[in-house]
Unconditional design. Structure first.
Length: 187
């Protein structure tokens, strides 16, 4: 995966497809307050464990918002996707696993772990966390995403997962770190 970013600039957002901004005004304990809010889709994220490789399957991709903070923009994340279809959350998770990572998994094998709110300071969207185990018999493609997504599939040996949690040089999400901690607690 090449990371050759050129001509990066910020401009006002017009005709947004996935988010909208709002200015909230309210009264709390008799005090008038206001807050800037981003309204965004909820999402699903999946911790994928490859039984034969004894590894987690993660995705590595460029995130423009992260690029603003680290001049690299590359993140390591759980397989994930926004909730923007009229199908079950588990079905969205199943689609994302195949599109991003290349594994076709039976719907009944996708286990819900929990849900939590992300970016609570400005967005507050909900993310639903799932777990699934895969093996090579389920592999149907190389993954990589759809619609010009540039996703690299990463196999992280379980023995290296705890080190990744605390490696501050790698941009990652709190959901990924939580999912790893959940997995280790189950063992």
């Amino acid at each position: 995966m090449a990371n050759q970013i050129k001509h990066f600039k910020l401009q006002p957002l017009e005709n947004a497809k996935f988010i909208s901004t709002s200015f909230a005004t309210y009264e709390q304990d008799g005090i008038k307050k206001s807050w800037e809010i981003v309204e965004a889709h909820d999402s699903v994220a999946i911790l994928i464990y490859h039984k034969e490789k004894k590894a987690f399957i993660l995705v590595k991709q460029f995130r423009p918002a992260v690029y603003l903070n680290n001049d690299n923009g590359m993140t390591v994340e759980l397989c994930a996707g926004i909730v923007d279809k009229k199908i079950s959350l588990a079905e969205i998770a199943k689609e994302e696993i195949e599109e991003e990572c290349g594994y076709a998994v039976p719907l009944q094998n996708i286990e819900r772990i929990t849900s939590f709110h992300t970016s609570v300071g400005f967005a507050g969207s909900k993310q639903i966390l799932y777990f699934v185990e895969v093996d090579e018999s389920m592999k149907v493609s190389e993954g990589g995403g759809v619609d010009h997504e540039d996703i690299e599939v990463v196999y992280l040996p379980v023995k290296d997962a705890k080190a990744l949690i605390y490696d501050e040089s790698i941009a990652k999400t709190p959901g990924l770190m939580f999912a790893f901690m959940w997995w280790f607690e189950q063992q």
